[in-house]
Write a protein that binds this ligand. Sequence first.
Ligand code: IYR
Length: 227
Amino acid sequence: MSQHQFTPLADLGDFIERSPEEMAARARDFLEEAKRRHTIREFAPDPVPQGVIEDCIAAAGRAPSGANHQPWHFVLIGDPATKKALREAAEAEERAFYAGKAGEEWLDALAPLGTDDHKPYLETAPWLIAVFAQRRGGADVGEDRKNYYINESVGIAVGFLLLALHHAGLATLTHTPNPMSFLNEKLGRPPTEKPYILIVAGKPADGALVPHHALKKKALKDILTVV
Ligand code: IYR
């Protein structure tokens, strides 16, 4: 017998049995909800309650992770001065990126999105969420063990977060300034944490645009093989 304990899933009462009809309807509803999510780059300055974002981050924190070490840390930024400082630091990196550091092939791939080195949304949107991947940690707070599959784990958590924010009625943008180490500096996170992504969350500005390139979604038959 293992000295580690287990609880029957049924005792948790968390798994809800669904009929095939109910499953089909729920899967279809979720698909329709996912289809309504679009990345935008023009945000309204309208405030959004902090508690809404916190619940979405709590949902992200329920993602599965390597050895259940939950190797993530989220910094929620609403303070205008910090947003301004992040914008300035991100734009400095982006200027070099768009001036040629990215290389021709990358810039060519981005052209249909119309992105450039101006990132006003980093100041306009009510909330920024900086996500960090912890190289060390453990299932308990304060542990200092090696973490596993940090990129996969944090990627899954970010997926949860983006859908939670969308479900709550917010628009999002995943921003990945390159390099991102300024996030550690400006937000006081230790060097053992890898800056993973900066998420912009808020209401879309009136007239916010979606590039046609982003509406090109591969059909199920093109992304799925059933064996
Ligand atoms: N970080 C840059 C460039 C950028 C890169 C990819 I890949 C994108 O899908 C979008 C942008 C920027 O934020 O502009």
